[in-house]
Design a protein around this ligand. Sequence first.
Ligand SMILES: [Zn+2]
Length: 310
Amino acid sequence: MQNYTQLVERISRSSGLTIEDIERRIEAKRAKLSGLISKEGAAQIVASELGINFDKEKIKTSEMLDGMKKVNVIGKIIQMNRVIEYDKNGRHGKIGSFVLADETSNVRVVLWDTNHISLIEQGKIKENDMVEINNASVRNTELHLSGFSDIKLSNEKIDNVIEKRVINERKILELNPGEQANLRAVVVQLFEPRAFSVCPACSKKVSETGECSEHGKVTGEKRFLLSLVLDDGTETIRAVLFSEQIEKLLSKEEIENSELFMKKREELLGKEMIFSGQARKSKIYDNLEFFVSDAVEVDIEKLIAELEKQ
Ligand SMILES: [Zn+2]
């Protein structure tokens, strides 16, 4: 039904007619066809009779659905990510990405075309810019730009863009590298926190002899890494938490004291929680790992309240 409502809204926006007016036309069309056609189908006919060409029409980020092609959108870049270079199967390339927001939601935009990426590298397209994107496609809840897509600066203004990142709940099996997601999963394994030291200047890991690759001999700062295994019924994944994030699960004492940790471990094993974070490809094992930025216990009552609101 969501699609039908969105379709009617799009027709209303493009035609300038009211929602009620369009719904009347759709009902009339269905009546004329003796109800042999779905509401969506009737809406499509009404749209074409009104001369609306969805190929040129802009949509909102909240209306994007997996598999959509020829997507046109205007929005504000609320977060510009570093351009990543990759070498895969003997092929070298770059990937650009940013988060695009409008007044309805926001979406991660991925750029594959070197001409588009060079706009970012030259600073011609940057954070806080308004941009218009044409002919992009939606894949895995991201908007992808190929060489056939277009991106340019826009003079349009949007008030109240949704800055808060909309994070999708995902199944472990569906996770893609680089994706931000919420996982609702059970802790099935929990390893004792591992200590390591980082350079006080650049926060990079220092070697066992106490050297930073950039700053030489330094007095390292102690940090911890906690790894666990999560299972949501579709697949398991290794999850990693660093110092500040570990405190979402363990107290400072439990991090450093083995006995206290083992006690807490018993409590956490088998517990279902919502983990927020990013999936990343492990350099060592070539599989996906989940870098946790937040972990909260599943609050059943809150979930029910949210479901009832919808
Ligand atoms: Zn350093």
